[in-house]
Write a protein that binds this ligand. Structure first.
Ligand SMILES: NC(=O)c1ccc[n+]([C@@H]2O[C@H](COP(=O)([O-])OP(=O)(O)OC[C@H]3O[C@@H](n4cnc5c(N)ncnc54)[C@H](OP(=O)(O)O)[C@@H]3O)[C@@H](O)[C@H]2O)c1
Length: 329
């Protein structure tokens, strides 16, 4: 079977496509044959060696996969061959591991998919899991409040917009091109700001009648933090959940003292749920239920062959992806 692996971190070309034997499920494990594999920025961070929770090397990127149980290992009674499932590295001790035609994984790391839920849409669930815990745990916005999200046309943006719409929020989406602006509107963004052509602060002020935004969900972090604090409404919350803008040594005291809005800043990481097993699984089951009920609308940018994992990373890192990119075996 095909397996994507890198020996040393580096640019996308370090990803090699190997031909390896199909793994045998050990006691308690199931063997899953992939139908769709999600690609996200955390995979690129693992490949680049900058992820905060690196798996041991050599490593295979990939947070998630949907597919069919092909075989069950000794002692497994909760799953059976032929079942359609979703599985995620967030249920395993190490991140990555899913850029493969097949994986052997603990049965408890799998979620059974209802017939109604397609393999492609299931392979986007990692983003929805982050968005779910942002809205249910990190901030609990009230219906009618406003939310601003950066990278609104990306995979995480798609998930945040879907859940924000379900929660009745007014959505402001920031994007980096006209094409992405159109796409973000299609996803349901109420107000779109093109950060390359418009002044984000001025537009936020116009949209909110100078009140500011109740919740900002920010994957950029670093140098963007002071500017985002200034965009908050009274008692607003800035949730920083990524580091696309790079690192910055910040003295936030002057910004916080100057702000009259009693702002809150929250650093969000899905790793908080690494040890909150029941909460994490309950969230995932709720999201699969929402997919089943047609309440989530993940959009797929493209389905690339697994062997083209390096190209997938180049596309994602160049900002060319609208919605979610998938690898298929
Ligand atoms: N904290 C967690 O637990 C967690 C878990 C999963 C993912 N994440 C984070 O979620 C973020 C999005 O991941 P994704 O896979 O869905 O990727 P994505 O949104 O498809 O791709 C990144 C997009 O971010 C925007 N961007 C890049 N640099 C920017 C900058 N300096 N300022 C403003 N926007 C910038 C670009 O869109 P535009 O050109 O349209 O602006 C780019 O296309 C990443 O930061 C990732 O690390 C965090």
């Amino acid at each position: 079977m095909k397996l994507i692996q890198f020996r040393e971190p580096g640019p996308p070309r370090v990803l090699q496509c190997l031909d390896v034997p199909v793994p045998e499920p050990k006691p308690g494990e199931v063997l899953i044959r992939a139908h769709a594999i999600g690609v996200g920025i955390p995979d690129c961070l693992i490949r680049a060696g900058t992820y905060g929770w690196m798996p041991p090397l050599p490593a295979t990127p990939g947070t998630e996969m949907s597919g069919i149980v092909e075989k069950v290992g000794p002692g497994v009674t909760s799953r059976r061959p032929g079942q359609r499932v979703y599985t995620t590295a967030r249920e395993r001790p190490h991140r990555g591991g899913h850029y493969a035609e097949c994986v052997a994984t603990p049965a408890e790391a799998t979620f059974v998919l209802p017939d109604n839920v397609g393999f492609d849409e299931a392979a986007t669930l990692a983003n929805y899991q982050v968005a779910y815990h942002i809205f249910n745990d990190a901030v609990r916005p009230q219906r009618g409040q406003s939310m601003l999200t950066y990278a609104a046309a990306g995979g995480m943006g798609n998930a945040l917009i879907d859940l924000a719409k379900a929660a009745g929020l007014v959505i402001i989406g920031v994007v980096g091109s006209e094409e992405k602006a159109r796409f973000a509107r299609e996803l349901g963004t109420d107000h779109v700001i093109d950060r390359k052509r418009e002044h984000v602060g001025k537009r936020v002020s116009e949209i909110t009648n100078s009140r500011g935004v109740d919740v900002i969900v920010d994957p950029v972090g670093g140098p963007s933090i002071p500017g985002n604090i200034a965009l908050l409404a009274p008692s607003g919350t800035l949730v920083v959940y990524g580091g696309l803008g790079g690192k910055a040594q910040l003295d936030l005291q002057p910004t916080l003292r100057a702000s009259k809005n009693s702002p809150a800043i929250r650093q969000f990481s899905i790793h908080t749920w690494d040890h909150l097993v029941e909460e994490r699984r309950a969230g995932m089951r709720a999201l699969i239920g929402m997919l089943d009920a047609g309440k989530l609308h993940p959009r797929i940018h493209a389905r690339l062959p697994l062997a083209q994992a390096a190209r997938a990373h180049e596309m994602l890192e160049s900002g060319a992806v609208l919605g979610k990119l998938l690898l298929v075996p």
